[in-house]
Write a protein that binds this ligand. Structure first.
Ligand SMILES: Nc1ncnc2c1ncn2[C@@H]1O[C@H](COP(=O)(O)OP(=O)(O)OP(=O)(O)O)[C@@H](O)[C@H]1O
Ligand SMILES: [Mg+2]
Length: 386
């Protein structure tokens, strides 16, 4: 690209930011220009730097800052046909419990939050914080919960735009709805979550108006591109394979949520069992095995169901026994054997009971347990039976 064209592009970008009143973004952009032109046109760079230095700045936290400056709260946008609110609002307390996540995801999120808290520091180096991120993962692994937690840490509300709901309104109006919601979120200090962003892609396979869908994809692409650094745009999907590669590329950060690790499962059992934990604690290894390969949302649902049953029947052991039986019935052969051995090692159940629960023959259980005890003999074996 020649210098003239590049200058024109800078001018257009600056004009847009100025007209949108995005003063923090203008500062960042000008800081970038100063560095860009320092070598080729030092006079121009100096002049811009001078303006930059003299311009009043806002505080470090741009998101919260905008809240201070906005006079009246703008009403939430509504669907034109149904007058339904397009955005769900969450205002969580910053002290709310953090989601249970693997260390690598925790680190990514901590940096995302720190970047926003140290906006000014980044700006002095011509950098702006991560503007957009996409959360990918199976249902119930904590994508929405994490978006809520991030917003709470930043001291701003989370607005959730469920694209399935937006798209279920008359297709012709979808573009307007989407634009209204996005404009609203751009103007107010918040984190915006585009939930189920794959909904647009899914609809592309229907025989609906292809032209309208293309326009929608374009709207989303533009918005992700132009999202002001003063806001944080998040998206979530269970179907990464359906996301348009052009859209995928545009997110600053991709966060992949996996099924929980053993440590997170143990923490979750503790968290979800609340005051009943003392009754669950002795079964912790068995429960951890049962909840392996499940989302924490499923784990939470099961534990709450158990707690309700226990509250009514007061028979803990019976309730756990039922859970063991029903969980074993869903396992494949190899996992059934593993489960049977774990039960033999960790519980008071007889091999006959374990065989009944798991369908693994007593001979097989005996064989594996004997093998294991030969292997562990000589070692100090400290496992305590329930
Ligand atoms: N990582 C987690 N840490 C703590 N709780 C969790 C976690 N994942 C799920 N949960 C529990 O499950 C509930 C549902 O999780 P959430 O709605 O965040 O899942 P999701 O990934 O957004 O699912 P979906 O793709 O269906 O929207 C949470 O409110 C929380 O109680
Ligand atoms: Mg969700």
């Amino acid at each position: 690209m020649d210098d003239n064209n590049e200058l024109k592009l800078d001018l257009v970008h600056l004009t847009r930011l100025a007209l949108e009143n995005q003063s923090e973004d203008i500062r960042l952009f000008v800081a970038r220009l100063v560095r860009k032109y320092r070598n080729t046109d030092s006079e121009l760079a100096k002049q811009m730097e001078l303006f930059l230095r003299n311009a009043p700045t806002r505080s470090n936290n741009t998101l919260r800052d905008t809240a201070k400056y906005s006079n009246s709260p703008t009403p939430l946008p509504v669907d034109e046909e149904m007058r339904l609110s397009l955005l769900k609002v969450f205002k969580d307390c910053p002290n709310s419990e953090p989601p249970l996540l693997s260390n690598d995801i925790k680190e990514l999120l901590c940096q995302l939050i720190q970047e926003r808290k140290q906006f000014r520091h980044l700006a002095t180096r011509g950098l702006h914080p991560t503007r957009s991120a996409i959360f990918v993962g199976k249902p119930g692994v904590g994508k929405t919960l994490t978006a809520r937690w991030v917003a709470a840490q930043l001291g701003v509300p989370l607005y959730v735009l469920d694209l399935t709901t937006v798209m279920s309104s008359l297709l012709g109006k979808t573009g307007n709805n989407l634009r209204a919601a996005l404009n609203f979120a751009k103007q107010s200090p918040c984190v915006l979550l585009l939930d189920e962003i794959d909904a647009i892609a899914k609809r592309r396979n229907d025989d609906t108006d292809i032209g309208e869908l293309k326009r929608l994809v374009t709207v989303v692409l533009q918005e992700v591109d132009d999202w002001p650094a003063t806001g944080l745009l998040l998206a979530a999907t269970n179907h990464p394979e359906l996301i348009d590669p052009a859209l995928w590329r545009r997110f600053d950060l991709i966060v992949e949520f996996k099924l929980p690790e053993e440590l997170a499962i143990k923490e979750a059992i503790k968290r979800f069992s609340g005051s009943d934990y003392q009754n669950f604690e002795k079964w912790i290894e068995i429960l951890t095995f049962i909840f392996k390969n499940q989302s924490l949302s499923d784990t939470e649902r099961t534990i709450h169901r158990l707690r309700r049953t226990i509250a009514l029947s007061m028979n803990y052991d019976r309730v756990i026994e039922e859970l063991i039986k029903s969980s074993a019935s869903e396992l494949d052969r190899q996992m059934k054997i593993e489960f049977a051995i774990l039960l033999a090692q960790q519980t008071h159940f007889s091999q006959r009971d374990i065989s009944d629960f798991t369908g693994v023959s007593r001979d097989t259980i005996r064989k594996y347990v004997a093998q294991l005890s030969t292997r562990t003999s000589g070692q100090h074996y400290a496992s305590k039976k329930i």
